[in-house]
Design a protein around this ligand. Structure first.
Ligand SMILES: C[S@@+](CC[C@H](N)C(=O)[O-])C[C@H]1O[C@@H](n2cnc3c(N)ncnc32)[C@H](O)[C@@H]1O
Length: 381
């Protein structure tokens, strides 16, 4: 049965999310446990997400695979010109939420903007009344979330399929003071890889010279792998197909970004201990070195390609005790084949003057505007 899903992401990452949807869809399974063949239809690319139409069991499986997404909503209703409370009530009664939720505890989140039904409290009361008449009573400790949005008189009612935001992967048990959001790390790594096939990375080294708790390297090892380290809200729904009740929870053949070596440097031994603790047996082995980036020397006899990902301290969170000039000079001295840097807007402006010609996209990390600067093709030295 075809359904609509809204896959949300941080503003600025929509293009990457679309790319990721195309990349992961071939790995999803059909109801008979074989690779799916029906795909998805892209309905709308909006600010902060993409609306797609696909089979129910495929949309839910996306939770396991998508790394750039924030969460996946199952659209239960989308209706224009909802201007009266009785229309709202009627729409909610027609949805049949009980089919999914059974008697699971749930909460309602209402968001109204630029609409005739603009009073969120009154809308909330109407929604509660409509659901209560079907025996669905919101509770203070919910495991499920129903989202009701009225924007420009258009009503959309969705059920959150993800639960905790998808950037909580479950592997980062320990973190430093300025950790990078995992979805952002995944975005930087997808930009770093660009047009390169996974096979072509096997002889390369991935270096994060200021790795903190290791998010970029850990994400690199997990990219394109399904995530079974955590639970998802949909897993406790009633009437799930057998496929989703008995999903084969195994690794894919592709092992993240298959670099031959992962190297993380940080001059702070304590944060590096946290990074090491985050590495479970699911990860390839990684080298964690307590070292100042500016004194790091790469063995000049090494012929393997060096790829660099870096998220240096933003002045806003941790003070950086080096200049952008020194940072750029050091990066260039390593002659990386490819590069992706997660910088604050201010750092990015300085960086671009010193090293022009690279690509970039802008988004945010926990409310701070940031830019991912990257080489979209191989750098020549
Ligand atoms: C923004 S944090 C990195 C956060 C990391 N991406 C994560 O998710 O945990 C920057 C890190 O750079 C490290 N750092 C700062 N200056 C350094 C230097 N000169 N050499 C090596 N590490 C440095 C800090 O100790 C800090 O852990």
């Amino acid at each position: 049965m075809s359904q609509r899903f809204f896959v949300s992401c941080q503003i600025g990452l929509e293009e990457l999310l679309e790319q990721e949807l195309h990349e992961v869809f071939p790995w999803l399974l059909d109801l008979d446990f074989r690779p799916q063949t029906s795909g998805f239809q892209l309905l709308e690319k909006a600010k902060g997400g993409i609306e797609i139409e696909t089979e129910f069991h495929l949309g839910l499986q996306l939770n396991y695979f998508l790394k750039v997404a924030s969460r996946i909503l199952l659209r239960l209703e989308k209706r224009d010109r909802i201007q009266e409370f009785f229309q709202l009530e009627r729409s909610l009664k027609a949805i049949g939420l009980k089919k999914h939720l059974g008697s699971k505890p749930f909460s309602i989140q209402v968001d109204c903007s630029q609409s005739r039904l603009g009073q969120e409290k009154k809308v909330q009361a109407t929604v509660e009344k409509a659901l209560e008449s079907q025996g669905l009573i919101p509770t203070p400790e919910p495991s499920q979330k129903v989202l009701v949005r009225i924007h420009k008189d258009q009503l959309s009612v969705s059920l959150d399929t993800s639960g905790e935001h998808l950037h909580f992967r479950g592997y980062r048990k320990f973190q430093g003071i300025a950790p990078l959001r995992e979805s952002l790390a995944a975005a930087a790594l997808m930009l770093l890889r660009g047009d390169r096939s996974l096979g072509s990375l096997q002889h390369g080294e991935l270096l994060d010279p200021m790795c903190g708790s290791g998010t970029l390297l850990l994400e690199a090892a997990q990219l394109y792998q399904p995530n079974f380290n955590r639970g998802y809200a949909f897993e406790s729904w009633t009437q799930l197909p057998v496929l989703l009740q008995k999903y084969p929870r195994k690794k894919m053949n592709v092992a993240g970004l298959p670099f031959q070596r992962f190297i993380g440097l940080d001059h702070d031994p304590q944060v590096l201990e946290l990074a090491k603790k985050n590495v479970s047996e699911d990860f390839p082995s990684m080298d964690w070195l307590v070292q100042d980036f500016f004194s790091f020397q790469r063995d000049p006899s090494l012929e393997s390609e060096l790829w660099v990902v870096s998220n240096p301290p933003y002045h806003e969170r941790i003070k950086a005790d080096f200049s952008m000039e020194d940072y750029v000079k050091k990066l260039q001295s390593l002659k990386p084949r490819r590069l992706a840097l997660v910088l604050s807007e201010k750092q990015a402006a300085g960086f671009r003057k010193l090293w022009p010609g690279l690509s970039d996209i802008s988004t945010d990390n926990g409310g701070l505007s940031i830019r991912i600067i990257f080489s979209s093709t191989d750098l020549q030295w």
